[in-house]
Design a protein around this ligand. Sequence first.
Ligand code: NDP
Length: 253
Amino acid sequence: MFDLKGKVAIVTGGNGGIGLGMARGLARAGARIVIAARDTEKSEAAVRELEALGGAGPLAVRVDVTDEMSVEALAREAADQCGRIDILVNNAGINIRKPAHDLDLSEWRAVLDTNLTSAFLCARAVHPHLQRAGGGKIINIGSMLSIFGLPFAPAYGASKGGIVQLTKSLAASWAPDNIQVNAVLPGWIETDLTQQARRDVPGLHERVLARSPSGRWGNPDDFAGIAVFLAGAASDFVTGTAIPVDGGYSILG
Ligand code: NDP
């Protein structure tokens, strides 16, 4: 149920943070990983790390997930080099922390394009390959802001709310193709993305600790298990859901 040998998984933003945590889990379960991100040095380092885990021939493909042509090229190259695509993790994401009255349209668009439109573009690009493989798995990364609101995250919150609804729509649309589509909603996780937030938002670190039943921030390796579950046969009757992986952060009122 958790064996991914022979499967090929594209992980956008897989060269660091949560994406790399998921890639490590998928590689340990036997999948061949395609790291899809912009920073080639970081991606090559991730590939070397996955190789050391004994993963099946990981590779890096440079992509800008906001660019339709670049995403189409990613799907073509992954399929050409690996022979198939079975799993897509839509993980690439950014945040611009500003209240709506200070946010430029270009900043709004950058966040929506990177976090939401990218998931549509990547899913659409891999869909024929998943069909050809007889089915597949798509894992979209949402956030606690798929559920809650914060004053300084209008675009980020809109993009992550959208991820949950996109997940449901794709799940309904592609169930006849045996493609399961689910979202993962991370809590507060120690990555490059949140390092800046910890610096910028006074008291954030303490508030996260105080509210989390787990009593700690998450780390990228907390996402290995959910990735393997949602990418493998164990989740074949699970589709259209949004699963918090947050140490219990979202259960408290
Ligand atoms: P990181 O900043 O560590 O990783 C973000 C990744 O996205 C990088 O690998 C980056 O690679 C990639 N990326 C960004 N823009 C693009 C682009 N245009 N094209 C291709 N790749 C891109 O952050 P996290 O690991 O924290 O975040 C991963 C996901 O998890 C995001 O969707 C984020 O919103 C979500 N999340 C994170 C939480 C946290 O607490 N950390 C909480 C909730 C959700 P490169 O720069 O090389 O392109």
